[in-house]
Design a protein around this ligand. Structure first.
Ligand code: SAH
Length: 294
């Protein structure tokens, strides 16, 4: 037996954006991870999830967060114990490998693919999104595979890199210049470790929201921009896309549901970017866009 403390999860819903951002900021120093979610149905509502190493004191949380009515909310509904960390680690070992086109993504508990024709990516599920299990990641890997059959791409930008999985896939396939960015410093740290594991020391990594980093401007224009984020942030990124895209460049978008297709596409059409290919996996869409008339 180990004496690893249990993980506790705080989950607060029905917040305004301002409340959610303030709550996240107040938890930043004490929690292992803090994540903000926009409600899928009502964009005015937000929730905050945080993970703690051991049980945080409820009175301390109530005082620190200072949210109206928190002391009246039933404690078990917003703060609960998760499985022990050992159990979480154990359960990650159950994750199967994922194939997408010529890519094979697996955790360190599984051996690499035996075929030299396959591009093997070793990514452990952890604090950053992108172990290959999700339809949106697979959709983007399929998009890279599709592009690889048709064009050579020299410069790639991966916005919202998470574990770095897409940036690594692009680096392995084109051996070009790849810059990866994430708003979350934990993700960029995980992506850096993953890049090292794959011997990709040249992969650029920055922590920034959207395009807001000098290195992103300096590396433009890109032949390929990958962004697996969510429908709303994708729509917000649209106006800055053309300025960062090379002539004939491609934008791959994922993280949107089938029902959000029209909304996201309209935002990009307004910037002169139109649909070239569409990959549907379950409820999720991956869109490949190119400049109109190109
Ligand atoms: N590219 C990976 C991870 C996608 S998850 C994959 O395809 O599997 C989405 C990532 O986008 C998260 O790591 C999140 O932190 C990041 N993100 C969310 N909003 C962002 C923004 N505005 N700018 C940059 N990164 C963002």
């Amino acid at each position: 037996m180990t004496d690893t403390p249990d993980l506790w999860q705080l989950d607060l819903g029905q917040l305004t954006r301002q409340q959610a951002e303030r709550t996240a900021a107040r938890l930043e120093d004490s929690a292992l991870t803090v994540t903000l979610f926009e409600d899928a149905k009502d964009a005015r509502l937000w929730s905050v999830q945080a993970l703690f190493d051991g049980e945080p004191a409820r009175p301390w949380l109530i005082e620190t967060l200072d949210l109206p009515g928190l002391d009246n909310r039933e404690p078990g509904r917003w703060l609960a114990r998760l499985q022990s960390k050992d159990w979480v680690t154990e359960s990650l070992k159950e994750l199967p490998a994922v194939s997408a086109g010529r890519f094979y993504v697996h955790g360190t508990h599984l051996p690499p693919h035996p075929s030299p024709a396959i591009i093997d990516l070793t990514i452990d599920a952890g604090l950053a999104f992108g172990s290959g299990q999700h339809e949106t990641t697979r959709g983007c890997l399929l998009a890279i595979d599709l592009l690889a059959k048709r064009r050579h791409i020299a410069r790639v930008l991966d916005l919202g890199t998470g574990s770095g999985v897409l940036a690594l896939a692009a680096a392995k396939i084109w051996h070009g210049q790849v810059l990866a960015a994430d708003i979350d410093p934990v993700a960029t740290r995980v992506a850096r470790d993953n890049a090292r594991r794959h011997g990709e020391h040249r992969l650029g990594l920055v922590t920034a929201p959207g395009f807001a980093h000098r290195a992103i401007a300096a590396g433009a224009p890109y032949d390929l921009i990958l962004a697996n984020i969510l429908a709303r942030p994708l729509a917000r990124l649209a106006p800055a896309m053309p300025a960062h895209l090379a002539a004939g460049g491609i934008v791959v978008l994922s993280g949107l549901l089938k029902t959000q297709d029209a909304q996201v596409r309209a935002a990009y059409r307004a910037q002169g970017l139109v649909l070239w290919r569409r990959i549907v996996l379950g409820d999720w869409l991956t869109l490949l866009l190119r400049r109109a008339g190109a």
